[in-house]
Design a protein around this ligand. Structure first.
Ligand SMILES: [Zn+2]
Length: 212
């Protein structure tokens, strides 16, 4: 785990505004946390970091495999997804944390290749084979995003429900962008009413920016 990502994550259980504290057992050669814990100072829960993967599931989770790109429009490859996300979020000058919601973890590797020097985290319900050094996998329950408000430069969501969309809106820093991939009508309507500046809204994707 890139250590600065502890500044964007919060406790999925109590959603503490104080976020999580990193307790390092072992760093790798690049200064990333290989083993340790994230601790919540409010509810005292501890979440393990093992082999660089952050586990916020707390033993929960559905255990279902990561689902990507079902239904209309076929299944984009991870590389296609990464290019699409990179374009929507306009991350050429990004430096701050970028978050991929559930279902988009397969795109994290190729996206990290497009973005140098950006802290990239991807949420998923199971580890799969995705984890790599260039980005951080965070295991977390689907449906909500365990993110602190105002810290993310970009958030991309796959077919988002209302809870994830609201969490993502709150997580954006000023100027930050939110991309919705394959949004349904409800998601597009929620985006219109979110207070964000909607830059584009279509069936394939919608993108909005937090102003000021
Ligand atoms: Zn907590």
């Amino acid at each position: 785990m890139q250590i600065e990502l502890s500044e964007i994550l919060t406790c999925p259980d109590c959603r503490s505004p104080q976020g999580l504290i990193v307790l390092v057992d072992e760093l790798d050669d690049e200064g990333r946390v290989r083993d340790g814990d994230l601790g919540c100072s409010r509810c005292q829960r501890r979440y393990p970091i093992r082999d660089g993967v952050v586990d916020l599931l707390g033993g929960g989770g559905s255990g279902e495999p990561e689902r990507v790109a079902e239904g209309d429009g076929g299944r984009p490859s991870p590389r296609e997804l990464a290019a699409e996300i990179g374009g929507l979020l306009d991350l050429r000058s990004a430096s701050g944390p970028v978050v991929l919601g559930h279902g988009l973890a397969p795109a994290a590797g190729p996206l990290a290749g497009l973005l140098e020097g950006v802290s990239l985290l991807a949420l998923a319900e199971e580890a799969g084979d995705g984890a790599a050094d260039s980005w951080t996998l965070v295991l977390a329950p689907a449906g909500r995003l365990p993110l602190l408000p105002g810290k993310a430069e970009g958030v991309a969501l796959w077919k988002p429900g209302a809870g994830a969309l609201e969490d993502a809106r709150r997580a954006l820093s000023p100027g930050g962008r939110l991309a919705l991939l394959r949004p349904d009508e409800d998601a597009r309507r929620d985006l219109e009413g979110s207070g964000l500046e909607v830059l584009a809204s279509e069936e394939r994707a919608a993108v909005a920016r937090r102003s000021g």
